[in-house]
Design a protein around this ligand. Structure first.
Ligand SMILES: N[C@@H](CCC[C@H](N)C(=O)O)C(=O)O
Length: 270
């Protein structure tokens, strides 16, 4: 089958166009595609399906033609992926499947409106972040208290005093499984002033990635709380580049680059 490869601030995805809804994506197939040696290699898979044919999100069909069926690199299903939506939107435009500069994409986490900026970046309306309290992540013998933010998917965004560059994220930080029974994406960030944060992330189902869009918004929410605010524009620096997050009264926006870098033929054999 045909595939494309794309990334948003180096959060990378294999895109599988499936307009007729015929691809049966098992967890094993996804994990193999995402394997960086035996497969194409990616943080996740974006299956491009018609919303009206996708029973999980069919109620969004009147607003969005296309459903982003997102899978993590270990094959698990996730509700939302902020960078994924931006790369998905780039694919829809390049493929001529959307002709307007503003449209909606269906996700398991709900409808997300995207806008193509004149300078080429893609902005997503990420919805209003839901703050659900505080919890703790443990890494390298340290306990970091963070903010539990629901972005459609679960996040724990922890401010750390030291530069994030020295963290060892080769293993998942420990977290409270009673608070996060379905797992959690953990952001560790260093606030720099009142409008900038440097972030690293350990994603549920993928390990450390070079960027995470929902994680960048969760980080902005946690960083804003530290500076005694809840609104404003934040620059979130990740290993793979820079994202901009706007925290508004009613919603949040994520902006940044999104690129398609390759296409080819995938031989799907289990
Ligand atoms: N990289 C994504 C988040 C992908 C899903 C996440 N790993 C989860 O399981 O919730 C982003 O850009 O938001």
């Amino acid at each position: 089958m045909r595939f494309l490869k794309g990334h948003g601030t180096e959060n990378d995805f294999v895109i599988l166009p499936d307009p007729d809804g015929v691809v049966d994506l098992t967890a094993a197939i996804v994990a193999k595609i995402c394997d960086r040696r035996a497969g194409i290699g990616a943080d996740g898979v974006l299956r491009v399906a018609r919303t009206k044919q996708s029973h999980e999100v069919a109620e969004q069909a009147s607003a969005a033609e296309w459903f982003m069926d997102y899978r993590n690199s270990d094959g698990s299903v996730a509700e939302m992926c902020g960078n994924g939506v931006r790369v998905f939107a780039r694919y829809l435009i390049d493929a001529g499947l959307e002709n307007s500069t503003e449209f909606a994409v269906a996700t398991r986490g709900g409808l997300r409106r995207v806008r193509v900026e004149t300078h080429g970046d893609i902005t997503v309306d990420m919805g209003k972040p839901v703050v659900l309290g505080e919890s703790v992540a443990c890494l390298g013998g340290h306990e970091y208290t963070g903010v539990h933010v629901d972005m459609g998917n679960p996040h724990l965004a922890c401010a750390i005093g030291d530069p994030v560059a020295q963290l060892d994220l080769s293993h998942q930080p420990a977290f409270d499984t009673c608070v996060f029974p379905a797992g959690v994406n953990i952001e560790l960030f260093n606030p720099v002033g009142t409008t900038r944060a440097v972030m690293r992330v350990f994603e549920r189902g993928a390990g450390e990635t070079r960027s995470c869009g929902t994680g960048a918004v969760a980080t902005a929410v946690a960083a804003a709380r530290l500076s005694g605010d809840t609104l404003g524009t934040w620059t979130v620096e990740v290993l793979g580049g820079t994202l901009t997050v706007i925290l508004d009264e009613d919603t949040s926006y994520l902006s940044g680059p999104a690129e398609i870098i390759a296409s080819g033929e995938l031989i799907l054999a289990e």
